[in-house]
Design a protein around this ligand. Structure first.
Ligand code: NAP
Length: 283
Protein backbone atom coordinates (compact mmCIF):
# COMPACT_ATOMS: atom_id res chain seq x y z
CA UNK A 1 0.00 0.00 0.00
CA UNK A 2 1.27 3.43 -0.89
CA UNK A 3 -0.08 6.67 0.53
CA UNK A 4 -0.64 9.34 -2.10
CA UNK A 5 0.98 12.45 -0.71
CA UNK A 6 -1.26 15.35 -1.74
CA UNK A 7 0.92 17.83 0.14
CA UNK A 8 3.97 16.86 -1.88
CA UNK A 9 2.21 16.84 -5.25
CA UNK A 10 0.50 20.14 -4.49
CA UNK A 11 3.85 21.72 -3.55
CA UNK A 12 5.24 20.64 -6.90
CA UNK A 13 2.26 22.13 -8.75
CA UNK A 14 2.52 25.40 -6.81
CA UNK A 15 6.25 25.61 -7.48
CA UNK A 16 5.58 25.24 -11.20
CA UNK A 17 2.93 27.99 -10.98
CA UNK A 18 5.36 30.20 -9.02
CA UNK A 19 8.02 29.87 -11.70
CA UNK A 20 5.57 30.54 -14.52
CA UNK A 21 4.24 33.57 -12.63
CA UNK A 22 7.77 34.97 -12.29
CA UNK A 23 8.24 34.51 -16.03
CA UNK A 24 4.91 36.21 -16.79
CA UNK A 25 5.97 39.19 -14.68
CA UNK A 26 9.35 39.43 -16.38
CA UNK A 27 8.15 39.01 -19.95
CA UNK A 28 4.78 40.79 -19.86
CA UNK A 29 4.70 42.78 -16.60
CA UNK A 30 1.57 40.89 -15.52
CA UNK A 31 0.79 39.70 -11.99
CA UNK A 32 -2.20 37.32 -11.86
CA UNK A 33 -4.88 38.48 -9.44
CA UNK A 34 -7.45 36.41 -7.54
CA UNK A 35 -10.44 37.87 -5.69
CA UNK A 36 -12.01 35.71 -3.01
CA UNK A 37 -15.45 36.67 -1.75
CA UNK A 38 -16.68 35.29 1.55
CA UNK A 39 -20.11 36.06 3.00
CA UNK A 40 -20.84 35.45 6.68
CA UNK A 41 -18.64 33.78 9.26
CA UNK A 42 -18.71 30.04 8.58
CA UNK A 43 -15.50 28.80 10.32
CA UNK A 44 -14.72 26.11 7.69
CA UNK A 45 -15.09 28.66 4.87
CA UNK A 46 -12.79 31.03 6.76
CA UNK A 47 -10.08 28.32 6.93
CA UNK A 48 -10.41 27.60 3.19
CA UNK A 49 -10.22 31.30 2.31
CA UNK A 50 -7.12 31.79 4.47
CA UNK A 51 -5.44 28.79 2.80
CA UNK A 52 -6.23 30.21 -0.64
CA UNK A 53 -4.76 33.57 0.38
CA UNK A 54 -1.58 31.90 1.63
CA UNK A 55 -1.23 29.94 -1.61
CA UNK A 56 -1.58 33.19 -3.61
CA UNK A 57 1.26 34.74 -1.60
CA UNK A 58 3.42 31.68 -2.15
CA UNK A 59 3.06 31.63 -5.93
CA UNK A 60 3.33 35.43 -6.27
CA UNK A 61 -0.25 36.37 -7.13
CA UNK A 62 -2.05 39.48 -6.02
CA UNK A 63 -4.98 38.42 -3.86
CA UNK A 64 -7.95 40.45 -2.70
CA UNK A 65 -10.35 39.32 -0.04
CA UNK A 66 -13.89 40.64 0.22
CA UNK A 67 -15.38 39.60 3.55
CA UNK A 68 -19.04 40.58 3.57
CA UNK A 69 -21.43 40.39 6.52
CA UNK A 70 -23.94 37.50 6.71
CA UNK A 71 -26.83 39.92 6.07
CA UNK A 72 -25.45 41.02 2.66
CA UNK A 73 -28.26 41.19 0.08
CA UNK A 74 -28.32 39.38 -3.24
CA UNK A 75 -28.07 42.69 -5.09
CA UNK A 76 -25.04 43.81 -3.07
CA UNK A 77 -23.27 40.54 -3.84
CA UNK A 78 -24.15 40.76 -7.54
CA UNK A 79 -22.88 44.34 -7.62
CA UNK A 80 -19.55 43.22 -6.15
CA UNK A 81 -19.24 40.41 -8.73
CA UNK A 82 -19.91 42.94 -11.49
CA UNK A 83 -17.23 45.28 -10.11
CA UNK A 84 -14.74 42.39 -10.04
CA UNK A 85 -15.73 41.33 -13.58
CA UNK A 86 -14.66 44.80 -14.73
CA UNK A 87 -11.42 44.99 -12.74
CA UNK A 88 -8.43 44.50 -15.04
CA UNK A 89 -6.04 43.44 -12.28
CA UNK A 90 -8.38 40.64 -11.16
CA UNK A 91 -8.19 37.54 -13.35
CA UNK A 92 -10.01 35.07 -11.15
CA UNK A 93 -13.15 35.44 -9.02
CA UNK A 94 -14.04 32.88 -6.41
CA UNK A 95 -17.18 33.12 -4.31
CA UNK A 96 -16.73 30.80 -1.36
CA UNK A 97 -19.65 28.37 -1.00
CA UNK A 98 -21.91 27.67 0.79
CA UNK A 99 -23.51 31.11 0.88
CA UNK A 100 -25.95 32.05 3.66
CA UNK A 101 -29.39 30.57 2.92
CA UNK A 102 -31.10 33.80 1.79
CA UNK A 103 -28.64 34.15 -1.12
CA UNK A 104 -29.03 32.41 -4.48
CA UNK A 105 -25.68 30.79 -5.27
CA UNK A 106 -26.74 29.79 -8.81
CA UNK A 107 -27.49 33.40 -9.73
CA UNK A 108 -24.18 34.54 -8.23
CA UNK A 109 -22.18 31.95 -10.16
CA UNK A 110 -24.06 32.85 -13.35
CA UNK A 111 -23.04 36.50 -12.86
CA UNK A 112 -19.30 35.74 -12.87
CA UNK A 113 -17.57 36.34 -16.20
CA UNK A 114 -16.83 32.76 -17.39
CA UNK A 115 -13.29 33.84 -18.28
CA UNK A 116 -12.73 34.71 -14.60
CA UNK A 117 -14.59 31.67 -13.25
CA UNK A 118 -11.52 29.86 -11.88
CA UNK A 119 -13.72 27.40 -9.95
CA UNK A 120 -15.23 26.30 -13.29
CA UNK A 121 -18.76 26.33 -11.85
CA UNK A 122 -20.35 28.63 -14.49
CA UNK A 123 -22.68 26.87 -16.96
CA UNK A 124 -20.41 27.88 -19.85
CA UNK A 125 -17.41 26.19 -18.26
CA UNK A 126 -19.44 23.16 -17.14
CA UNK A 127 -20.65 22.76 -20.73
CA UNK A 128 -17.13 23.04 -22.09
CA UNK A 129 -15.95 20.32 -19.71
CA UNK A 130 -18.76 18.08 -20.94
CA UNK A 131 -17.55 18.69 -24.51
CA UNK A 132 -13.92 18.14 -23.53
CA UNK A 133 -12.92 21.63 -24.77
CA UNK A 134 -12.24 23.43 -21.55
CA UNK A 135 -10.09 26.33 -20.34
CA UNK A 136 -10.52 25.55 -16.64
CA UNK A 137 -11.22 22.32 -14.83
CA UNK A 138 -13.03 22.28 -11.48
CA UNK A 139 -10.38 22.40 -8.79
CA UNK A 140 -11.13 19.29 -6.73
CA UNK A 141 -11.66 16.75 -9.54
CA UNK A 142 -8.72 18.18 -11.51
CA UNK A 143 -6.58 17.93 -8.36
CA UNK A 144 -7.52 14.25 -8.07
CA UNK A 145 -6.50 13.63 -11.71
CA UNK A 146 -3.20 15.40 -11.10
CA UNK A 147 -2.48 13.07 -8.16
CA UNK A 148 -3.27 9.99 -10.27
CA UNK A 149 -0.93 11.26 -13.00
CA UNK A 150 1.78 12.05 -10.51
CA UNK A 151 1.75 8.45 -9.23
CA UNK A 152 1.50 7.02 -12.78
CA UNK A 153 -1.89 5.47 -12.03
CA UNK A 154 -3.46 4.54 -15.35
CA UNK A 155 -7.19 5.29 -15.72
CA UNK A 156 -7.79 3.93 -19.21
CA UNK A 157 -9.89 0.78 -19.19
CA UNK A 158 -10.20 0.76 -15.38
CA UNK A 159 -13.47 0.39 -13.50
CA UNK A 160 -13.90 3.75 -11.80
CA UNK A 161 -16.64 4.26 -9.22
CA UNK A 162 -17.48 7.72 -7.88
CA UNK A 163 -19.70 7.93 -4.81
CA UNK A 164 -21.47 11.29 -4.94
CA UNK A 165 -23.02 13.28 -7.79
CA UNK A 166 -22.71 16.90 -6.71
CA UNK A 167 -22.08 19.54 -9.35
CA UNK A 168 -18.78 20.55 -7.75
CA UNK A 169 -17.23 17.13 -7.14
CA UNK A 170 -19.03 13.93 -8.14
CA UNK A 171 -20.34 14.80 -11.62
CA UNK A 172 -17.22 16.55 -12.95
CA UNK A 173 -15.02 13.88 -11.34
CA UNK A 174 -16.87 11.20 -13.30
CA UNK A 175 -16.49 13.24 -16.49
CA UNK A 176 -12.72 13.66 -16.08
CA UNK A 177 -12.29 9.93 -15.47
CA UNK A 178 -14.38 9.28 -18.57
CA UNK A 179 -12.23 11.69 -20.61
CA UNK A 180 -9.28 9.48 -19.68
CA UNK A 181 -11.13 6.36 -20.85
CA UNK A 182 -12.18 4.98 -17.48
CA UNK A 183 -15.36 2.90 -17.33
CA UNK A 184 -17.25 5.06 -14.91
CA UNK A 185 -20.12 4.39 -12.52
CA UNK A 186 -21.66 7.15 -10.41
CA UNK A 187 -23.31 6.16 -7.12
CA UNK A 188 -25.58 8.26 -4.90
CA UNK A 189 -28.05 7.96 -2.06
CA UNK A 190 -30.52 5.94 -4.15
CA UNK A 191 -27.95 3.41 -5.36
CA UNK A 192 -28.96 -0.13 -4.46
CA UNK A 193 -26.38 -2.56 -3.05
CA UNK A 194 -23.72 0.14 -2.91
CA UNK A 195 -20.99 -2.17 -1.59
CA UNK A 196 -21.51 -4.55 -4.52
CA UNK A 197 -20.89 -1.67 -6.92
CA UNK A 198 -17.94 -0.14 -5.08
CA UNK A 199 -16.28 -3.58 -4.78
CA UNK A 200 -15.95 -3.62 -8.58
CA UNK A 201 -13.85 -0.45 -8.52
CA UNK A 202 -10.22 -0.39 -9.54
CA UNK A 203 -10.35 3.31 -8.73
CA UNK A 204 -12.84 4.36 -6.04
CA UNK A 205 -13.51 8.06 -5.38
CA UNK A 206 -15.52 8.94 -2.28
CA UNK A 207 -17.26 12.34 -2.32
CA UNK A 208 -20.11 11.69 0.08
CA UNK A 209 -19.66 14.07 2.99
CA UNK A 210 -20.10 11.36 5.65
CA UNK A 211 -17.29 10.54 8.07
CA UNK A 212 -15.62 7.14 7.50
CA UNK A 213 -18.49 6.04 5.24
CA UNK A 214 -16.38 3.74 3.04
CA UNK A 215 -15.47 0.62 4.99
CA UNK A 216 -13.13 -2.27 4.14
CA UNK A 217 -15.98 -4.52 2.95
CA UNK A 218 -16.77 -1.98 0.21
CA UNK A 219 -13.28 -2.03 -1.28
CA UNK A 220 -11.70 -4.49 -3.71
CA UNK A 221 -8.22 -5.80 -2.92
CA UNK A 222 -5.61 -3.66 -4.63
CA UNK A 223 -7.97 -0.77 -5.37
CA UNK A 224 -6.88 2.87 -5.62
CA UNK A 225 -8.96 4.82 -3.09
CA UNK A 226 -9.33 8.59 -3.34
CA UNK A 227 -10.98 10.31 -0.40
CA UNK A 228 -12.47 13.72 -1.21
CA UNK A 229 -14.37 14.00 2.08
CA UNK A 230 -13.64 16.72 4.62
CA UNK A 231 -15.68 15.66 7.58
CA UNK A 232 -15.56 15.70 11.37
CA UNK A 233 -15.54 12.48 13.37
CA UNK A 234 -17.39 11.91 16.67
CA UNK A 235 -14.62 13.83 18.50
CA UNK A 236 -14.73 16.77 16.13
CA UNK A 237 -11.46 15.73 14.46
CA UNK A 238 -11.00 16.24 10.72
CA UNK A 239 -11.46 12.99 8.79
CA UNK A 240 -12.48 11.79 5.37
CA UNK A 241 -15.29 9.76 3.83
CA UNK A 242 -13.09 6.67 4.02
CA UNK A 243 -12.42 4.67 7.17
CA UNK A 244 -8.69 5.04 6.51
CA UNK A 245 -7.29 2.74 9.22
CA UNK A 246 -9.44 -0.21 8.16
CA UNK A 247 -9.36 0.34 4.42
CA UNK A 248 -5.70 1.18 3.87
CA UNK A 249 -4.31 -2.36 3.93
CA UNK A 250 -6.62 -3.45 1.10
CA UNK A 251 -5.49 -0.66 -1.22
CA UNK A 252 -2.66 -0.31 -3.68
CA UNK A 253 -2.87 3.47 -3.20
CA UNK A 254 -4.91 5.64 -0.84
CA UNK A 255 -5.15 9.36 -0.09
CA UNK A 256 -5.12 10.50 3.54
CA UNK A 257 -7.27 13.22 5.12
CA UNK A 258 -5.81 15.69 5.82
CA UNK A 259 -2.92 15.86 3.33
CA UNK A 260 -4.62 14.29 0.31
CA UNK A 261 -7.16 15.91 -1.99
CA UNK A 262 -7.53 19.15 0.03
CA UNK A 263 -4.14 20.69 -0.84
CA UNK A 264 -4.58 19.63 -4.48
CA UNK A 265 -7.79 21.65 -4.75
CA UNK A 266 -5.93 24.82 -3.84
CA UNK A 267 -2.99 24.03 -6.12
CA UNK A 268 -5.39 23.64 -9.06
CA UNK A 269 -7.01 26.96 -8.18
CA UNK A 270 -3.58 28.56 -8.56
CA UNK A 271 -3.10 26.85 -11.93
CA UNK A 272 -6.51 28.07 -13.11
CA UNK A 273 -5.85 31.66 -12.02
CA UNK A 274 -2.53 31.72 -13.88
CA UNK A 275 -4.27 30.34 -16.97
CA UNK A 276 -7.04 32.96 -16.62
CA UNK A 277 -4.44 35.74 -16.52
CA UNK A 278 -2.83 34.37 -19.68
CA UNK A 279 -6.13 33.98 -21.53
CA UNK A 280 -7.31 37.49 -20.58
CA UNK A 281 -4.05 38.94 -21.85
CA UNK A 282 -4.05 36.83 -25.05
CA UNK A 283 -0.88 35.01 -24.05
P1 NAP B 1 -22.83 16.97 -1.43
O1 NAP B 1 -23.23 18.04 -2.37
O2 NAP B 1 -23.52 16.87 -0.10
O3 NAP B 1 -23.00 15.56 -2.19
C1 NAP B 1 -22.88 14.36 -1.52
C2 NAP B 1 -23.22 13.22 -2.45
O4 NAP B 1 -23.12 12.02 -1.72
C3 NAP B 1 -24.63 13.29 -3.02
O5 NAP B 1 -24.62 13.05 -4.41
C4 NAP B 1 -25.38 12.20 -2.26
O6 NAP B 1 -26.39 11.54 -3.02
C5 NAP B 1 -24.27 11.22 -1.96
N1 NAP B 1 -24.62 10.44 -0.78
C6 NAP B 1 -25.02 10.87 0.43
N2 NAP B 1 -25.30 9.84 1.23
C7 NAP B 1 -25.07 8.72 0.51
C8 NAP B 1 -25.21 7.35 0.78
N3 NAP B 1 -25.64 6.89 1.96
N4 NAP B 1 -24.88 6.46 -0.18
C9 NAP B 1 -24.46 6.89 -1.38
N5 NAP B 1 -24.31 8.21 -1.70
C10 NAP B 1 -24.63 9.09 -0.76
O7 NAP B 1 -21.28 17.02 -1.11
P2 NAP B 1 -20.03 17.56 -1.98
O8 NAP B 1 -20.07 19.05 -2.03
O9 NAP B 1 -19.92 16.79 -3.24
O10 NAP B 1 -18.85 17.15 -1.01
C11 NAP B 1 -18.57 15.81 -0.66
C12 NAP B 1 -17.47 15.76 0.37
O11 NAP B 1 -16.29 16.31 -0.21
C13 NAP B 1 -17.71 16.60 1.62
O12 NAP B 1 -17.12 15.96 2.72
C14 NAP B 1 -16.98 17.90 1.33
O13 NAP B 1 -16.59 18.57 2.52
C15 NAP B 1 -15.80 17.38 0.59
N6 NAP B 1 -15.15 18.35 -0.30
C16 NAP B 1 -13.80 18.41 -0.23
C17 NAP B 1 -13.10 19.25 -1.06
C18 NAP B 1 -11.62 19.26 -0.97
O14 NAP B 1 -10.99 20.18 -1.43
N7 NAP B 1 -11.01 18.22 -0.43
C19 NAP B 1 -13.78 20.07 -1.97
C20 NAP B 1 -15.16 19.97 -2.05
C21 NAP B 1 -15.85 19.09 -1.20
P3 NAP B 1 -27.74 12.29 -3.53
O15 NAP B 1 -27.31 13.13 -4.70
O16 NAP B 1 -28.62 11.17 -3.93
O17 NAP B 1 -28.24 13.10 -2.39
Amino acid sequence: MQIIDGKKVSSEVKEEVRQQTLKLKETHGITPGLAVVIVGDDPASRVYVNNKKKACELVGFKSEEYALPAETTQQELLNLVETLNNKDDINGILVQLPLPKHLDDKAVIAAINPKKDVDAFHAVNVGKIMLGEYDFLPCTPAGVMEMLHSYNIEVSGKNCVVIGRSNIVGKPMAMLLLHENGTVTICHSRTKNLAEVTKQADILVAAVGRPKFVTADMVKDGAVVIDVGMDRDENGKLCGDVDFENVKDKCSYITPVPGGVGPMTIATLMKNTLKAAKIQNNI
